[in-house]
Design a binder for this molecule. Structure first.
Ligand code: NAD
Ligand code: UDP
Length: 329
């Protein structure tokens, strides 16, 4: 760092989480560069800062190398919604692996600190519940979700080897289902689908019997955890994970409050009464995980962090966002 302004690069910074992170870092006085090919991201997420002298947008595909001197690189580029990552599966596994490799090569050459967003999908359809970091997962290598799950697993492997072989300072998190403002209205994930369907008076589409579960985290809690994690000195991080018999820093970040998808639909309708929306049942997509809930013991101990925003607080904030968005379009 030059001692004045922290320089941050966010790959995938025009997406849901990346743009929220960019907003925070800019508000904290950092210089922020976003690299994004707008596959699922949107210029509207970054539009407000296009004339900010501390902000740069580069339209670029991270499967191709990129260059720049940064203090911190946040690697978020990758479509995260099943319908989008399955739309172009070869591209998905390429962006997970090659995007990660290009990020790590840049960090190696420039001594930047790397933050990588892995996912609870590395646990697949888990047969251990809740899922701790030490669980190796239960993942289909050749299914329709594999382009994402295995891409993210390979990216973790790359991070681990750049840490062991070259000493690159990499911090990984496995994010569990996160929602909030700036999700794309047609993103296809369950929270945005249900809210947009209810706001438009359309049927709420439950896949399967709706008894599968997820644990939903509001985006602000995730950003708090990311920032706390990045502030910890590398030697302290090493000592902490060594104490837990791990040589690689990887943390589950999510909200352990678990809901069935049917409960989520019912809460959404409770918050948006009089919409006329009904629950309808559609086929369950293949390999859809049955249960998911993070064990966040490590994150609590390392970061002194726990999610603060309950689903019933985070959903109204997200509903407000979509209400305004739909009114203006
Ligand atoms: P998102 O789809 O809104 O954002 C992803 C961004 O990456 C988009 O702006 C997209 O255009 C960009 N992108 C995709 N391919 C690219 C490429 N080849 N080159 C450059 N940019 C590219 O998704 P999100 O929810 O903001 O997720 C961000 C990251 O967090 C992803 O890596 C995702 O896997 C991870 N994650 C998210 C969740 C969640 O619940 N939101 C859960 C687990 C992991
Ligand atoms: N889902 C649903 N209706 C929808 C979208 C999703 O019932 O309109 C279900 C989906 O089958 C899964 C859960 O909600 O069981 C979460 O799906 P999402 O795509 O948000 O994320 P995932 O955790 O599966 O990656």
């Amino acid at each position: 760092m030059n001692g004045l302004t922290k320089k941050c690069l966010i790959t995938g910074g025009a997406g849901f989480i990346g743009s929220q992170l960019a907003r925070r870092l800019l508000a904290q006085g950092c210089e922020v560069t976003v690299i994004d090919n707008l596959f699922t991201g949107s210029k509207s997420n970054i539009y407000d800062w296009l004339d900010n002298p501390r902000f740069t947008f580069l339209m670029h595909d991270v499967t191709q190398p990129f260059w720049g001197q940064f203090d911190e690189i946040y690697n978020l580029a990758c479509p995260a919604s099943p319908i989008h990552y399955q739309r172009n599966p070869v591209e998905t596994i390429k962006v997970s692996f090659l995007g990660m490799m290009n990020t790590l090569e840049l960090a190696l050459k420039t001594k930047a600190k790397v933050f990588h967003t892995s996912t609870s999908e590395v646990y697949g359809d888990p047969d251990v519940h809740p899922q701790p970091e030490s669980y190796w997962g239960h993942v289909n290598t050749i299914g329709i979700r594999s382009c994402y799950d295995e891409g993210k697993r390979a990216a973790e492997t790359l991070c681990a080897d750049y840490i062991r072989e070259y000493g690159v300072d990499v911090r990984m998190i496995r994010i569990f289902n996160t929602y909030g403002p700036h999700m794309h209205p047609h993103d296809g994930r369950v929270v945005s689908n249900f809210i947009v369907q209810a706001l438009q008076g359309k049927d709420i589409t439950l896949y399967g019997d709706g008894n599968q579960s997820r644990s939903f985290q509001f985006v602000d809690d995730l950003l708090d955890a990311i920032q706390k994690y990045m502030q910890i000195p590398q030697n302290e991080l090493k000592d902490f994970f060594k104490k837990h018999n791990m040589d690689i820093p990887v943390l589950n970040i999510g909200n352990p409050d678990e809901f069935t998808i049917k409960e989520l639909a019912e809460i959404t309708l409770e918050l948006l009464p009089n919409t006329g929306s009904k629950l309808v049942y559609e086929p369950l997509p293949k390999d859809d995980p049955k249960r998911r809930r993070p064990d966040i013991t490590l994150a609590k101990e390392l970061l002194g962090w726990a999610p603060r925003i309950k689903l019933r607080e985070g959903l109204p904030k997200t509903i407000e966002y979509f209400k305004k968005l739909l009114e203006n379009n």
